[in-house]
Write a protein that binds this ligand. Sequence first.
Ligand SMILES: NC(=O)C1=CN([C@@H]2O[C@H](COP(=O)(O)OP(=O)(O)OC[C@H]3O[C@@H](n4cnc5c(N)ncnc54)[C@H](O)[C@@H]3O)[C@@H](O)[C@H]2O)C=CC1
Ligand SMILES: O=C(O)C(=O)Cc1ccc(O)cc1
Length: 370
Amino acid sequence: MNGSENHTQKIAIFGVGLIGGSLALCFRGKPGITVVGYAHEPALQERYMQSGVLDEVTLSIEEAAMDADYIFLSVPVGMLNYYLEHLSKLPLKKGCVITDVGSTKASITSAAKSLDFQDAYFIGGHPMAGSERSGVEAASALLFENAYYVLTPLEGVPEHVYNALKELLAHTKAQVIRVDPKHHDDIVGAISHLPHIIAVALVNQVSGYNEAEPLYQLLAAGGFRDITRIASSDPLVWRDILLSNREVLLRLFKDWNMQIQRFTDMIEHQNGEAIEEAFRSAGAFRNQLPERRKGVITSLFDIYIDVPDTPGIIGRIATELGTAAINLSNMQIIESREDVPGILRLSFRQEEDMERAAQLLISQNYTVRS
Ligand SMILES: NC(=O)C1=CN([C@@H]2O[C@H](COP(=O)(O)OP(=O)(O)OC[C@H]3O[C@@H](n4cnc5c(N)ncnc54)[C@H](O)[C@@H]3O)[C@@H](O)[C@H]2O)C=CC1
Ligand SMILES: O=C(O)C(=O)Cc1ccc(O)cc1
């Protein structure tokens, strides 16, 4: 029975990459849970097993699905229908819940509506956390912590089945939220898919200029890196997402073109006041966004310090923090120029570690900014 603590539960994961692997890590080792991965290619079997996120791995869809209480489809969006259809023809365990993690929800939900799962149920899902990285090696048990996890249950899914999935997802430490599939795609199109497109288009524009003048790449610093991180996302995963949210995106492009046209007009007519107002209103909205939700990418508490361009300085700072038992999660030089101090970003998982590090470094006369 799903959701019962007294029974052993089998969780099957199809597509053990960033998201599937992170889910596996959240579930694996929890009392009574066995996590089995499905690998569609022999080479993946070894890779999945070596990653240490699974209890078992199989090359057989049937074997993975057999007796599973939950099946997570965490393959690229373009492959979801194939697996859903295949599963609908298998004798699944009574009460089995099939769910997915795809970044669009309307298409998979409408496919699921047209299939007969007999004694199984389909509940669409989308964890609103991730990164530009991909593959099981990038998986982390902390990925979903405090993020939202959207569920889009089909009509007719009993409440206790929905609640059992929600209970299982508590292992991810995400906050489950129920959203209509089409509404989900409208919103996520604007806040995730469009930004990915803009980032890629911008990088490609600059990369074109850089072919004739390599100074573009050399001078590209803070702002460019910040808003283009997601341009490094997996091409195949994103091809599928964008094609699956086609209509929403085509609509969003119209509004986007209007925004660009507005800037064209303001600059052409030297309308400084309107430019100021555009920045003012954007800033006001952005500043009210909720604090970055914790997760492996976003949980970091960052401080920035100016570092003189002295050999070994980074190693020295890391050692000093280590000696003071301050847990540093990451350090990255985000600007380094000849003859001027570079900027080093120090990231911490705990706010307390960040505060202690700031105090220590200030006491050693470093310039520390948050
Ligand atoms: N990348 C992100 O930040 C997020 C992605 N998603 C969704 O999660 C799903 C997976 O994305 P990621 O984990 O990022 O990608 P990934 O590339 O890290 O993982 C995909 C996995 O699926 C496997 N795979 C590919 N084709 C397959 C096939 N035909 N049959 C079986 N397995 C196959 C790959 O070997 C890989 O292990 C996508 O549907 C994506 O839209 C959802 C939230 C965040
Ligand atoms: O890296 C980022 O900031 C992301 O935007 C991650 C992401 C990618 C795809 C999703 O469907 C949800 C989240």
